[in-house]
Design a protein around this ligand. Sequence first.
Ligand code: UDP
Ligand code: MN
Length: 242
Amino acid sequence: LPPPLYIITPTYRRPEQLAELTRLGYTLKHVVNLLWLVIEDANKTNPLVGHTLDRIGVPYEYMVAPMPEKYKQTKKAKPRGVSNRNRGLEYLRQHATEGVLYFADDDNTYDISIFEQMRYISKVAMWPVGLVTKTGVSSPIIQEGKLVGYYDGWIGGRKYPVDMAGFAVSVKFLKERPNAQMPFKPGYEEDGFLRSLAPLADAEIELLADDCRDILTWHTQTKKNAPGQPLNRTRYKNTNLE
Ligand code: UDP
Ligand code: MN
């Protein structure tokens, strides 16, 4: 078997949740030796999510990791998916010894060839991410085969101005850094996590997707919808809608 892949997917309850998980799950079904860590921002698991994961048939662990109350309450930007991803890292520290981890948000789009490329990395790898904003792409900038900087619509003083969908990390490399984790800092999640993997020299960052010329992952977004209305249970008695 090739080295295992650990795909950490934060998710949360909303009208499109099961659709997003279904689409992502059937993408992951094309990839061998993969464990899908689906981690919901909730206090308890949802049987509908469990049934959806069972039906897809990709090996998975389904866990919960709620966002701390103080962040939920705020009117400012929230650290979306951070407790979920840190829970995934904790799982890997306990259960994984080799292979590679990747943070795959439930609403993004993935070409499966990136999974076969990231599987063999030894430290940290990066590659371009297609964006649906006018910036178009977030990418390492490569000159004569070397990483010389980053292109993104927003740099924000970050050392690593990269998208969540644009990097992967070796499990061994992570485990040699017991304090590595993702900060609850909106906009700086990727940067904070990658900084926490120090020491990491730029020259050690592996460049995938044909030296960052291909786009194999996209940061897509699904239109937000209002929650469904409760059914009129008198009208739909003894039907499938009950
Ligand atoms: N997410 C979460 N809790 C939230 C909001 C988002 O767990 O309250 C998850 C979501 O399912 C996704 C990731 O965190 O996998 C990033 O969230 P989102 O896609 O909303 O962020 P964006 O892509 O718009 O930056
Ligand atoms: Mn998203």
